[in-house]
Design a protein around this ligand. Structure first.
Ligand code: 5RP
Length: 224
């Protein structure tokens, strides 16, 4: 089945986990886009009453255009369920996120959520994470020095670009994509990255998901 059909399949499936009255974390990306469309449909047709907390300005814009009520994360005291996409997921539910540049808000919303669900098409499942690269969000001040330090460590850094300008996140930061191939010890890499001065957050999401809904040719499969 075409990848977009699989993304639409899991997007529709995921909204079954949303009940009336819930506060829902809304991720970012092309798969989540289908989920937000399906959620908008439930809000409009069933009168489903939920509050969304978004992980990017893009998702806020889409959700509000569909009539979904959005609140700032600091205006809610909890989030019942967060539904987000992922770039890679391994058998132990280690993941890489940030392909869409929203990893910082995504990790904050993930952290504040009681139940965490990822929606992915089957191509995102890998035996070992890393080939996608690891997006690292850095503040602009001194960012070249962080880049140089990554180079020295053999992390093969690349600036995330937006045309001929460096890509800017919703927090106005830069993203450096490091390319280290399949990662033997994701926890060690995560520790190293987060302790690098100038790094705000990285796209290694370790032990951060409860269920993964996988889009497959014969229908969605839920992994626990
Ligand atoms: C954005 C993300 C996305 O969830 C991830 O990149 C997957 O995106 P897509 O559904 O478009 O493949 O982490 O920062």
């Amino acid at each position: 089945m075409d990848q977009n059909k699989l993304k639409a399949q899991v997007g529709k499936e995921a909204v079954k986990y949303i009940d009336d009255g819930m506060i829902v974390g809304l991720g970012t990306g092309s798969t989540v886009r289908y989920m937000v469309d399906a959620l908008g449909e439930r809000v409009q047709k069933e009168g489903l009453n939920i509050v969304g907390v978004t992980t990017s300005n893009r998702t806020t814009k889409q959700a509000e255009s569909l009539g979904i009520t959005i609140k700032d994360i600091d205006d809610v005291d909890h989030i019942d369920v967060c539904i987000d996409g992922a770039d890679e997921v391994d058998d132990d539910f280690n993941g890489i996120k940030g392909g869409g540049g929203a990893l910082l808000w995504e990790k904050i919303v993930n952290n504040a959520s009681t139940k965490k669900i990822w929606i992915v098409d089957q191509s995102k499942l890998v035996p070992r994470i890393g080939d996608f690269g690891v997006p690292v969000e850095v503040i602009p001040f001194g960012a070249q020095h962080v880049f140089n330090a990554f180079e020295k460590k053999g992390y093969n850094p690349q600036w995330r670009m937006d045309g001929d300008q460096k890509y800017r996140t919703d927090e106005n930061n830069f993203i450096i994509d490091i390319k280290v191939g399949q990662i033997q010890d994701p926890h060690a890499l995560a520790e190293d990255l987060i302790h690098t001065v100038g790094v705000v957050e990285h796209g290694l999401f370790l032990n951060r998901v409860d269920d993964v809904i996988v889009g497959r040719d014969n229908g969605p499969e839920v992994l626990h």
